[in-house]
Design a protein around this ligand. Structure first.
Ligand code: HEM
Length: 404
């Protein structure tokens, strides 16, 4: 049987509940957000250990802040990883599930690896003031585990693009091998293209840190300047390295894709060059350029995420697979619930971010304004209403199914 026919046979027979383009746009957007926080996680985790081991007043102080930042960044990376996970499963289910099944042990292990990495980061955070440098080991292992998570995610994603190899991976000699113990595919330039930016993005993170704390009396001017300059230097250097890695990846792609003339690749590359120029200008005044730099960086990541999706379309097109051929059975109920949840999530996240932003600006205790209190009450009420609706629907549907 042809691979294309098998892939169609693996699609969900129920079809998909809404138009595929919507899932695809959300996949590109949420992957960009996910990978941005993955980059912040890897970079802050690495730099917190480096600073801790290097010692000296500035590095120790920065290390302390960065290990705290890692705990927040990893939470965001996980939260924002679930969203593309849902979307990729909906429109690319034959690819994603097969790849996951072929490496099932790693998929299950991934959860344990994340839990361990997260816990060790916390131990490092809680013990960061202890004497000696022994506790750095917790930070080093946590970083290694985060990197391993990236290797697993990359292998799962890359394997999913190579259906012509699945059968060989499933066989060991003449017998089938259902153990799921192996990761079968790894493409170094592609992997590095997602990992090297960790150091560029963390550079921008440091510029933002300097911008954010510059007016606080307990942050000395010298320290703020040092952090800003360090960040700008890192951001520029690693963005330049990233551009080279990007070309390496480009030249390792199958020639039939003709990707170097693809407009989406050209847009992505153009945004990358623009960012590099912006970061060059930022060297003299990192604090002034902090906000434009993060906006430019996110735009570049979004362009890269879009180009990555166009590349996936090319890979799957080799088997005449298109998400636009998927049978659509519009389900308004679940779509509206999804959209309402999305809007509610935005309101709650806006509240949480506002509190975090404002409270860090003042030294000592933060007093929320009456309007902030009101927004807080609205957020809690929305969350309660949502829980009642979702749990209620679950109970009603379960009873209906039981009686049917
Ligand atoms: C520190 C931990 C993590 C790292 C370093 C990491 C890294 C990566 C990298 C490098 C990719 C791109 C792979 C490629 O296209 O070659 C990726 C994709 C992905 N990650 Fe993560 N990830 C992490 C955590 C998570 C978590 C916790 C989830 C889910 C809960 C997740 C969900 C995804 C999904 C679904 C994709 C693929 C999306 C798609 O195919 O469009 N990741 N991740």
């Amino acid at each position: 049987m042809e691979i294309g026919t098998i892939l169609k046979g693996l699609q969900d027979p129920m079809g998909i509940p809404f138009y595929p383009i919507v899932f695809q746009i959300l996949l590109v957007l949420t992957f960009a957000l996910h990978i941005m926080f993955v980059n912040f996680t890897l970079g802050t985790s690495f730099l917190s250990v480096y600073g801790y081991l290097k010692g000296g007043e500035n590095w120790r102080r920065l290390s302390k802040s960065l290990v705290r930042a890692t705990t927040l960044n990893i939470s965001m990376a996980m939260l924002l990883g679930v969203a593309p996970l849902l979307f990729v499963q909906v429109i690319y289910d034959p690819f994603w599930y097969t790849s996951n099944t072929l490496s099932a042990a790693w998929v299950i292990g991934f959860i344990l690896i994340m839990m361990l990495g997260y816990s060790l980061t916390y131990v490092f955070y809680l013990k960061r003031d202890s004497r000696g440098s022994g506790f750095a080991l917790f930070g080093i292992i946590a970083f290694a585990l985060f990197l391993l998570s990236g290797i697993i995610m990359h292998a799962l994603g890359y394997q999913s693009l190579l259906p012509e190899k699945w059968l060989n991976w499933y066989l060991k000699g003449d017998a089938i091998n259902p153990s799921g113990m192996a990761l079968h595919a790894f493409q170094l330039p592609r992997f590095l293209h997602f990992i090297i930016p960790s150091f560029a993005m963390t550079g921008i993170f440091l510029m933002l840190y300097a911008w954010y704390f510059k007016d606080r009396a307990d942050f000395e001017k010298d320290y703020i300047e040092w952090v800003g300059r360090l960040g700008a230097k890192m951001a520029f250097l690693f963005t330049a390295i990233q551009a080279i890695v990007g070309f390496w990846w480009l030249f390792s792609l199958p020639l039939e894709f003709n990707f170097f003339t693809n407009p989406f690749f050209l847009i992505g590359a153009g945004l990358g060059v623009g960012l590099l120029l912006l970061l060059y200008l930022a060297q003299k005044e990192p604090v002034k350029y902090a906000v434009p730099s993060i906006l430019g960086a996110f735009l570049t990541i979004l362009g890269m995420s879009l180009a990555r999706e166009v590349l996936r379309i090319k890979y799957v097109d080799r088997f005449n697979y298109s998400i636009f051929d998927y049978q659509v059975n519009v389900d308004w109920g679940s779509t509206l619930l999804f959209l309402a949840t999305f809007v509610m999530g935005l309101i709650i996240i806006f509240y949480l971010l506002s509190v975090a932003y404002r409270s860090g600006k003042v030294e000592g205790q933060f007093e929320a304004s009456p309007s902030m209190h009101k927004l807080g009450r609205i957020s809690i009420a929305l969350l309660l209403i949502w829980i009642v609706i979702v749990a209620g629907l679950g109970v009603i549907i379960s009873i209906k199914n039981y009686l049917a």
